[in-house]
Design a protein around this ligand. Structure first.
Ligand code: PEP
Ligand code: MG
Length: 761
């Protein structure tokens, strides 16, 4: 913990607390806003012993304008601009991180502007001026000498920036309010789930705008903090004890984590330090929250990021207690959100966990847009189940959007229109109408079996992972669940579900599916699917690490508990269990022996074991492919995990931006692998299906049918398009053409297949 900053001398003008007061008096004093800002930069320069102090204000379009300076050429004020990301100032606004350099000119981002006369200054230090979640500008100090600011000096600068933010937000400077751009904005991000939607913005975490930043009396602020912490602890304890929570596993765990964080002495100590430096209790919590968020940007590890996000959430809870009443903007935002309660809305968040999204599930949730998040974000799994478009990695989203703003989410192209103009709206209406027409066409096929023109029947099943998925079975006309990913319900909880909880879950899925078969895949944890409730080692190559069946074999209790729950849930119904990432036949046999122990255990009890239990293997590791005939003999069925098989065959990360689409599943090498598996299954007389993404794409699905696959499992939305494709194709003829093309080519046969099919439609 830092020494109390109240006793620290930071410059010629006195301690930081004194400096804050002086600054506040200047800013609240007489004169025009420009005059007060001019005095402010003079005070800061003097207090920090710097030759230069400048304030850049963010204008619409995130352009930064020099609005006041002490030390640079005064002629440059209101004439010097930096585009978004341009120069050191632009970088600070974009990254929201402080920057301190002994020799500014050596930094690759340094953009020399002769009109400023800044060549005389060597060192440079800048911090973003933030208010709530918005960047209003950048505060910069420069020195003639080569000196990098100490960590404590940067902290002081950040504190000054907070005071500046408060005043800037209320000053009417020439050029209008800082940072605001109320016109239409188009933000590009990445597609997490397809689809288009329109609705009013609802913020997942309404912004809290704190009132006073500079404290009159630190003792009073310490007392305010103490009372707010006590109130928060008490309310968390109350919620934990409430009966309503006892059933809700995932929420209980989130709150338990919060309870621990809320008592974290390091965190509370940092808030106290900030109060000692002269800030109010609310501003201190805000400052520590901003610091945490800045650090979050640099953390790559998912688990750590989540822990930091938890700290952020707790800080927000505390902030709401410390800024009641002052928080006019947030109150207004909340009121607007409530007023929009009945309207379709688009959820806007910095990032979001899968369980949190489930809380919003309902008819009015039309889409989700995220400032962070990657294609593999777990929230995407829930979004897919809810079938709402999701776009992630949208830079400055939270800055740009106010509650109630109209948003168009274009999940197909990974972009979002904020406050769209007339053109975008009419384009959206057209694309929505086209989608509706297509949906209606697929809906009409719901009860038609997927039988090709020449009478080949292909069973189309769906992949699922959440209870909400099961209701889709009927809607899309899937014949069963070909892949139930059991790790998904584990992913949305913080605690590891016991046998009873698992039994309840699997039973509800079987009940929901009725007569349709369900294939339960045992836990495929590890890799990108790190469970909150499980200690995963930090691995250099998680995709090749201790994951899936490897965990089940090394810790048989996990596998046994899962199978026990499945057996209980199935009762007299048939049970299909599928093992992920089987690398060798020996692994399959060992797992089967563990499963047999559970079957024997159940058989010796009153309830008995299901009569019909099949145990299958996923084919997704190349070593299994090389021994496929033996695996087909050992297993009751096979299902190809083409996502992983493609990843491992080509050694190309399935979630990497540059690698995910680099190799074509319709390349000869991959199709040859797929053909071998189908042949092995047929020779052994067992079912072979495909449950990776490729099964859900019409051209790929037809090719698989042509290679002999008679069962495909895909996401619910793919059933319609794949069925339409099967119905309109002669599979036997396509089979001949596919095998012929595979002989004739050495690379992808996608175009050949496409041309062949389009000639016959
Ligand atoms: C696969 O690898 O293709 C598969 C279906 O499993 P998952 O995507 O869950 O790894
Ligand atoms: Mg897989």
């Amino acid at each position: 913990m830092n020494a109390p900053t109240g006793t620290r001398e930071t410059g010629p003008g006195g301690g930081p607390r004194e400096m804050l007061r002086r600054l506040r008096d200047v800013m609240a004093g007489i004169g025009t806003p420009q005059e007060r800002l001019d005095s402010t930069v003079q005070v800061i320069a003097h207090e920090l012993g710097a030759e230069v102090c400048s304030v850049y204000v963010q204008r619409p379009g995130r352009v930064l304008e020099l609005c006041a300076t002490q030390g640079l050429n005064p002629q440059a004020v209101h004439r010097l601009f930096f585009q978004p990301g341009e120069g050191l100032v632009g970088q600070i606004a974009e990254t929201r991180l402080p920057l301190t350099l002994a020799e500014a000119q050596k930094h690759p981002k340094f953009a020399y502007r002769p009109e400023t006369g800044e060549e005389a200054f060597q060192s440079f230090a800048g911090v973003p001026i933030r208010r709530s979640d918005r960047v209003l500008g950048v505060l910069v100090v420069q020195h003639v000498s080569m000196r990098e600011l100490t960590e404590e000096e940067v902290e002081s600068l950040e504190t000054l920036a907070m005071v500046l933010a408060e005043v800037l937000a209320t000053m009417s400077l020439p050029g209008g309010e800082p940072g605001r751009d109320r016109g239409p904005v188009l933000i590009h991000g990445i597609r997490i789930h397809e689809g288009v939607a329109v609705g009013k913005a609802r913020l997942h975490q309404p912004r809290v705008v704190i009132g006073g930043v500079v404290a009159e009396d630190p003792a009073v602020e310490h007392e305010l903090l103490r009372a707010a912490l006590a109130d928060m602890h008490e309310s968390l304890d109350r919620v934990m004890e409430s009966e309503a929570l006892s059933a809700a596993g995932e929420h209980r765990d989130v709150l338990e984590t919060y309870r621990l964080i809320a008592r974290d002495t390091g965190w509370i100590g940092r808030i106290r330090d900030a109060i000692d430096s002269g800030l109010t209790a609310a501003a201190s919590v805000q400052k520590v929250r901003d610091d945490t968020r800045s650090r979050m940007g640099a953390v790559k590890d998912e688990y750590l990021r989540e822990r930091l996000a938890d700290f952020e959430d707790v800080a927000l809870r505390l902030l709401r207690r410390l800024a009641p009443g002052e928080d006019a903007a947030a109150e207004q935002a909340a009121a607007e959100q409530a007023a929009n309660g009945g309207d379709p809305f688009i959820l806007v968040a910095r990032s979001m966990g899968p369980a949190e999204l489930l809380d919003y599930a309902g008819d009015q949730l039309k889409g989700l847009v995220l400032e962070e998040a990657s294609v593999t974000a777990h929230v995407g799994i829930v979004a897919r189940a809810l079938d709402i478009p999701v776009v992630g990695r949208l830079a400055h989203l939270i800055d740009e959007v106010d509650p109630g703003d109209l948003l168009i989410v274009d999940g197909d192209n990974g972009q979002v229109f904020v406050r769209p103009g007339d053109d975008a709206r009419s384009q959206f209406r057209e694309s929505l109408a086209a989608r509706e027409a297509t949906r209606a066409r697929y809906a009409a096929l719901r009860d038609t079996p997927a039988v090709s023109r020449d009478g080949v029947r292909v069973s189309l099943q769906m992949n699922a992972g959440l209870l909400v998925d099961v209701s889709q079975l009927q809607t899309v006309g899937a014949e069963g669940i070909g892949l139930y990913r059991t790790e998904i319900p584990f992913l949305v909880r913080r605690e590891y579900p016991d046998v009873e909880a698992q039994t309840d879950l699997y039973r509800r899925i079987l009940d929901g599916a009725g007569d349709r078969p369900v294939t339960f895949r045992t836990l495929d944890a590890g890799g990108d699917k790190r469970l909150h409730s499980f200690v995963h080692d930090v691995e250099e190559n998680p995709a090749l690490g201790w994951r899936a069946l490897r965990i089940g074999l090394d810790q048989p209790a996990i596998l046994r508990q899962q199978v026990r729950a499945m057996i209980h849930a199935a009762g007299a119904r048939p049970l299909r269990v599928m093992l992920p990432m089987v690398a060798t036949v020996a692994e399959f046999r060992s797992a089967r022996a563990i499963i047999d122990l559970e079957i024997e255990r159940a058989a010796s009890r009153a309830a008995g074991a299901p009569k019909n239990i099949s145990v299958g293997a996923m084919v997704e590791v190349p070593s299994a492919l090389l021994d496929i005939e033996a695996l087909a003999e050992a297993a009751d069925f096979l299902s190809v995990g083409s996502n992983d098989l493609l990843q491992f065959l080509f050694a190309a990360d399935r979630s990497g931006e540059r690698t995910a689409t680099r190799y074509d599943p319709l390349s000869v090498v991959f199709l040859e692998a797929m053909r071998r598996i189908a042949v092995a299954g047929r020779s052994a007389g067992i079912d072979v299906s495909v449950c990776g993404e490729m099964a859900g794409r019409p051209l790929e699905a037809l090719t698989l049918a042509a290679l002999g696959y008679r069962s495909l499992s895909m996401s619910a939305v793919s059933i319609g398009p794949v069925k339409e494709a099967v119905i309109s194709t002669d599979i036997n003829a396509l089979s001949e053409f596919t095998l012929y093309s595979m002989k004739k080519s050495t690379s992808s046969i996608r175009n050949r297949l496409k041309n062949y099919l389009s000639d016959r439609r």
